[in-house]
Design a protein. Structure first.
Length: 224
């Protein structure tokens, strides 16, 4: 998990070179290569797959996001402006069906100091897109939050295994965020770390207009 520095801000997750990431992925594949997400049968469409070895080929336009595809599970730390710091478990499913986008689903749950389940927490769904030449790729990440708000992130790959995103639009529904607090813009950084896990940090604008750490986690590949 990303660690705090002396100032209390969460550090950027270290990333690894593309060749090292591929080698590490091949080693982990001995445990994850045969698994995939379940699908309901009967549709005249390709099934979603979170395993690049199974299902339709990945669209060539998504090569800049290829290392993200899979199912990731792990632990993280949150900092809620109303209730303070807490720990959570999380699963992220990043899949595709051969079209030029990735599907995103994230579910998290609050845990206690012994990593035991306490209750449900944040939930998201959305889509990733990437466009432009290799030297100027632009990522679009449209994410819907179960609490009643939508965000559009734009960003770019920092290298083959890390991606930085910043919100461009945040829309809150009439019934969204039951506690009445206003949702500010956010910045997210995702990266594969030295052991091949997926780490991320989210910072979000608070009521004073400052960008402060809100979420960080380190997730292990479960499928793919």
């Amino acid at each position: 998990m990303p660690t705090d520095d002396a100032s209390g801000a969460e550090s950027t997750p270290p990333v690894i070179a593309g060749n090292d990431a591929i080698a590490a992925a091949e080693e982990r594949a001995a445990h994850t290569a045969d698994a995939n997400i379940p699908n309901l049968t009967g549709l005249p469409l390709p099934d979603d797959t979170a395993n690049l070895r199974q299902g339709p080929d990945l669209h060539p336009g998504l090569l800049g996001l290829l290392p993200l595809v899979g199912v990731w599970r792990g632990l993280g730390e949150g900092n809620d402006p109303a209730s303070g710091k807490y720990h959570f478990g999380q699963q992220i499913v990043i899949s595709h069906d051969g079209q030029n986008y990735l599907s995103w689903e994230s579910r998290s749950w609050v845990i206690d100091d012994d990593a035991q389940y306490v209750g449900p927490s944040l939930r998201e769904s959305g889509f990733w897109r990437i466009s432009g030449p290799d030297s100027d790729e632009t990522i679009e990440f449209l994410v819907t939050h179960a609490e009643g708000w939508i965000e559009l992130f734009y960003g770019s790959p920092l290298n083959q295994t890390s991606w930085e995103l910043v919100t461009d639009v945040v829309i809150t529904s009439a019934s969204g965020t039951a506690d009445g607090r206003q949702i500010g813009g956010a910045k997210r950084l995702y990266g594969l770390v030295e052991d091949g896990d997926l780490a991320y940090v989210e910072e979000r604008v608070d009521a004073d207009g400052d960008l402060v750490p809100r979420l960080s986690a380190k997730l292990q590949r479960h499928i793919g």
